[in-house]
Write a protein that binds this ligand. Structure first.
Ligand code: SF4
Ligand code: SF4
Length: 353
């Protein structure tokens, strides 16, 4: 039976062409063309399976998907669109293209250990930050991620300060988890090194504050130890962390890979409600809108990514002081279009000042 990756043709034929997914797809909403939505992407996959060739326009169609899972979440036929799109990307890369953007990202991750080609030490962010104590070895390893290490360092600093009582350690030579490459259809060069270090660390828990790292470490790495997001950890240890109160009303943006993807929906809300008021965005929880940054869309189709982020801000309830989220990519993408966004760890830290 013909297949794309682990998805056989029957799975694609399960698409009823009902168009229900068209109502939630952020890229279709921005671009308007059928090929820029879930149903169109499935049709392109079917065409490939039936005729064994890719038709013109496939590259843009599949590489503009943010892998947000909004479509699969409401599909009456359980078509796993974003997973099929990832497999299509893999097959497409193998079959036809020398994709410069993806090759450059692979090269940057190989040489610098991060997709931004940032030449600084991955631990440079620790310099000059007070109140952080690290253990050489621990049952809990904090996998910092590229964005908190280089771009949103306050997220990493707040997280480590909150967790310092728990005796956290870091990997000696952490490198990009490979999320952007996995999502774009390529295995990252850093996979073996990260796996080896995690195994050698003997850790029971790998903790991450990035929704992309969370999905990747949990689903693509097949680790023996538990992978948990900081939102889950903060929730589980909320009485011990003992946050204070803030006279604020915030809203919460569910990162796609954490909420729809990982089912971590109630935990961050419970943490927020211990600290301050929570007012929901128009689309929330499993039906949350995407920030537009995932699936390689921010790096490859910046204008599209921006338009999706702008539309996400239209979901804001009136009179909220801040948007709280639990993913550095969502944070950066929404802040770039004017959102006042902080991470859950920063909210906790503010409440304890
Ligand atoms: S992917 Fe699912 S929701 Fe979308 S058209 Fe096909 S059956 Fe309908
Ligand atoms: S995963 Fe998101 S962006 Fe991709 S087709 Fe589905 S709804 Fe559209």
């Amino acid at each position: 039976m013909s297949s794309i990756g682990s998805h056989n043709i029957i799975e694609l034929l399960n698409c009823l062409r009902c168009g229900r997914c068209r109502t939630v797809c952020p890229t279709l909403e921005s671009e308007g063309w059928e090929s820029m939505g879930p149903r169109g992407r499935i049709m392109l996959g079917l065409n490939y399976l039936e005729k064994t060739k890719w038709i013109e326009g496939t590259e843009k169609s599949i590489y503009t998907c943010t892998t947000c899972q909004a479509c699969s979440n409401i599909c009456p036929s359980d078509v796993e669109v974003e997973s099929i799109v990832e497999s299509m990307r893999r097959a497409y890369l193998k079959d036809c293209v020398d994709n410069r953007r993806i090759n450059e990202m692979y090269e940057a991750i190989s040489v610098f250990g991060n997709p931004m080609s940032d030449k600084r030490s991955r631990r440079a962010w620790l310099e000059g930050i007070d109140g952080i104590s690290l253990k050489k070895r621990s049952d809990i390893v904090y996998f910092v991620g590229c964005l908190p290490s280089y771009r949103s360092v306050d997220v990493a600093a707040s997280t480590l300060r909150i967790l310092s009582d728990y005796g956290i350690s870091l990997l000696d030579d952490e490198k990009c988890c490979g999320s952007p490459l996995f999502r774009m259809g390529m295995n990252p060069p850093t996979f073996d090194s990260n796996i080896r270090q995690i195994e050698e660390s003997g850790a029971e828990i790998i903790l991450t504050s990035c929704a992309g790292c969370y999905k990747t470490l949990k689903n693509d790495y097949e680790l023996e130890c538990k992978v948990i997001h900081t939102a889950e950890f903060f929730h589980e240890h909320l009485d011990e962390i003992d946050p204070g109160k803030l006279d604020l009303t915030v809203t919460y943006h569910d990162p796609c890979h954490l909420g729809r993807g990982g089912g971590v929906i109630d935990e961050p809300r419970a943490v927020i409600e211990r600290i301050c008021g929570l007012s929901e965005m128009k689309r929330n929880r499993e039906l949350s809108g995407c920030c537009g940054g995932g699936g390689g869309v921010r790096s490859g189709y910046h204008e599209l990514s921006t338009s999706i982020a702008e539309r996400r801000l239209d979901d804001l309830p009136p009179d909220v002081d801040l948007i709280v989220t639990a993913c550095p990519l969502c944070l950066i993408n929404l802040a770039d279009v004017g959102g006042k966004v902080i991470d859950l760890s920063e909210l906790i830290e503010r409440s304890k000042m």
